[in-house]
Structure formats: structure tokens, C-alpha cells
Ligand binder design. Structure first.
Ligand code: ATP
Ligand code: MG
Ligand code: FE
Length: 347
């Protein structure tokens, strides 16, 4: 089936045409465009919701047209329209969801509202056609830090979550502390390559604790204090922060793997921070110890994109799912909240 995917929950406007019947990543992504708003938000050091919503509204319609043209297709060729319905910055979500609704109404094709986190969670299946359910998923992004058992489509069991900051948020805040600007994660990773990960003594919050939860607020404060001491080079601060964060993630993930139900096919990482090469290497070693393959999507599919939204739409379309045209946009929408979606309710 051919699915038009639309993503606008944060600061990338993205549109994709996905062929859910294809069996390779290259053939599955028929066309894909991403418009980043980084330049618009950079002066403010972070995403400004009002600016984000306006920028999505400015570009989304021409992007749909251009992506369909890239694919050599029209709306009539699509089998369904999949749009992010949450969670995220509500103004942006509404722009993409309303666009999806309008296209669905005009074309008579079904609308499928997608949980942005489900997009991230299933992106490894888009990238790796061999990845079967169930798998253990580390979801690390700008707003979320979770470990989930992905039992099947729409069947997520949360094993761990953060009690304060998300991992991407910790990278972004550290980047700010080090004056590296926005977006922060890739800048911290680049600077860390030139530093000594053992130079700065930093805490590893919650390491060794029984519950596999995360905490990064104390780590961020420790980086701030270490910077203010004046005793450390920025590259050493970046490298030591990244190492401490990775040590936490590995310890917590090891604990979660031990709690998974038997039969996990892989350890899987997704979300924007999954783009981090040092994290991927450490997770590869952990997976090998656990006797599991590590599945990590290509970097371009880790950060926000519409291919993952179209793919989640393709998986749901294959099961005959669709949503009514009054489907609400949701600023908050936990992935393991089974009561949430209003599916098949009719309008
Ligand atoms: P969510 O998916 O939780 O709603 P989001 O959509 O804003 O949040 P993503 O686009 O998935 O988040 O990821 C963006 C985050 O990933 C940012 O915090 C960014 O700093 C981080 N990130 C991106 N690349 C890297 C990298 N190479 N190393 C570390 N962090 C990174
Ligand atoms: Mg972004
Ligand atoms: Fe995201």
C-alpha cells in the first residue's frame, strides 16, 4: 500500500511517500522531504512553539505537492494519509493533522492518526525488514527517554522512563552550558571526540538501582558546576558528560533486558539521540553480551522524519485501521496508553 506520511510535532516539517508492500528500505521510501526550522529557532537557543507552528503552516502544503511530485504520483495514488496526531507542540501537531484531514477528505482516502513515538518505535522495522516483534526498545529523543517491550503493533509495555529530563534534553542543556548553540546533541558529540571522557568526575544517577529508570537532571547540574570551577577544557566536559550519560543508559538498559519477557528478537534503539555514534557502539557491546543483535536505524531515520510516520501508517493500514476526521490532536500521548486512540468510532 502507498501511504502519504506527514510529521510536524516539533521543529521539522516532513512529508514522505511510503510503499508498505516493498521489502527493502530503499524501495519503501518512495520520496521524502524534510524542512528543518533550525535557523528560525537558533537565535532563541531552543524551539519556540509559536514560531514552529507558523513555519509548519507556511511550508506544509507546498511540501506535500513537492514530495508527491518527487514520487511521480498524485494524491489519488495514495491508499491512506498518515499524520502525526501527538504528542508534541500542539500548534505544530495541529498544522500537520489538519493538513492530513483535509487531504483525506478531498481524496476520499482514509486518515490514520499516528503517535509520533510509535513512529520512532517502528522506524527500526522500516529500516530493517528482518526485524520481528517482540523487541526491546530504547527510545531516546528530545522529549522522551524510555525502555519498552514492543510486543506488536500498538502493544507497548513500558519498563523504564525518566524521572526528570529526557536524554536528548540533557545533551541540549549541556550544549547550552558549554556555549555550543542549538541544536545541541550533534555539537556535544563532535566536541566530545576531542576530549578525555575520564577528565571530569561526574555522577552516574541511578546506576545500580533496582528499578531501571533514568535521571539526568543531577548530571546536567554537575556539568554546570564543573564548568564554573574553571578547571576543565570544554572538550573534556563534553566527553565526560557523554560518557556519564552513556554509562547510565547502558546500566539501565542492561537491567531492563533482564526484566523483558523471554523471546526478544533484538535490542533496538530509536529516537534522535540514537544518532549518537558513541551510544550506538556501547549499545552494540551490551547487545552482544546479551546475545542479541542491535538494530539501529540509519541516522537520518533517528531524528524526526515523515518516513517513520508513513511506515507506522502502513503497518496500521495493513490491519485495516483508520481514524475519524474529528480525531483530536494530543499534546500528551503516552505510547503505552491503550485507552487513548479513538479508532473506528466513525463521525
Ligand atoms: P520527541 O520525539 O520526544 O517528541 P523530538 O521529536 O524533539 O522529541 P527527536 O527529533 O527525536 O526529538 O530528537 C532530537 C533530540 O536528539 C535532540 O535533543 C538532539 O539534541 C538529540 N540528538 C540528535 N543528534 C544527536 C547526537 N548525535 N548525539 C546526541 N544527541 C543527539
Ligand atoms: Mg529538530
Ligand atoms: Fe521525535
Amino acid at each position: 500500500a502507498l501511504i502519504l506520511g506527514i510529521e510536524s510535532s516539533c521543529d521539522e516539517t516532513a512529508v514522505a511517500v511510503i510503499d508498505g508492500s516493498a521489502t527493502t528500505l530503499a524501495a519503501r521510501i518512495v520520496a521524502q522531504r524534510i524542512a528543518s526550522q533550525d535557523d528560525a529557532h537558533r537565535p532563541y537557543g531552543g524551539v519556540v512553539p509559536e514560531i514552529a507552528a507558523r513555519a509548519h503552516a507556511d511550508v506544509i502544503a507546498p511540501m506535500v505537492a513537492a514530495t508527491l511530485a518527487d514520487a511521480g504520483m498524485t494524491l489519488d495514488d495514495m491508499d491512506a494519509i498518515a499524520a502525526t496526531a501527538g504528542p508534541g507542540l500542539i500548534g505544530g501537531v495541529m498544522v500537520g493533522l489538519v493538513t492530513g484531514k483535509a487531504l483525506a477528505m478531498a481524496s476520499g482516502k482514509p486518515l490514520i492518526g499516528i503517535n509520533h513515538l510509535e513512529g520512532h518505535a517502528l522506524s527500526p522495522r522500516l529500516a530493517d525488514p528482518g526485524l520481528a516483534y517482540p523487541y526491546c526498545l530504547l527510545l531516546v529523543s528530545g522529549g522522551h527517554c524510555q525502555i519498552l517491550e514492543v510486543m506488536g503493533l500498538g502493544r507497548y509495555r513500558r519498563l523504564a522512563t525518566t524521572i526528570d529530563d529526557a536524554l536528548g534534553e540533557a545533551f541540549d542543556k549541556t550544549a547550552k552550558v558549554l556555549g555550543l548553540g542549538y541544536p545541541g546533541g550533534p555539537a556535544v558529540e563532535r566536541l566530545a571526540r576531542e576530549g578525555d571522557p575520564r577528565a571530569v568526575p561526574l555522577p552516574r544517577p541511578l546506576v545500580g538501582s533496582g528499578e531501571p529508570h533514568f535521571s539526568f537532571a543531577g548530571l546536567k547540574s554537575a556539568v554546570l558546576r564543573a564548568r564554573d570551577s574553571g578547571a576543565y577544557a570544554p572538550a573534556d566536559l563534553a566527553a565526560s558528560f557523554q560518557q556519564a550519560a552513556i554509562d547510565c543508559v547502558i546500566d539501565r538498559t542492561r537491567g531492563a533486558l533482564a526484566q523483558c519477557v523471554p523471546g526478544m528478537t533484538a535490542l533496538v534503539v530509536a529516537g534522535g539521540v540514537a544518532a549518537n555514534a558513541a551510544l550506538r557502539a556501547a549499545l552494540g557491546a551490551l547487545a552482544a553480551q546479551a546475545g542479541l543483535p542491535l538494530v539501529a536505524p540509519p541516522v537520518k531515520l533517528c531524528t524526526d522524519n515523515a518516513a517513520m510516520i508513513g511506515w507506522a501508517g502502513a503497518e496500521r493500514f495493513a490491519l485495516g485501521q483508520a481514524d475519524p476526521l474529528d480525531l483530536p490532536a494530543r499534546p500528551r500521548w503516552p505510547l503505552d496508553d491503550n485507552a487513548a486512540p479513538v479508532r473506528g468510532a466513525g463521525v
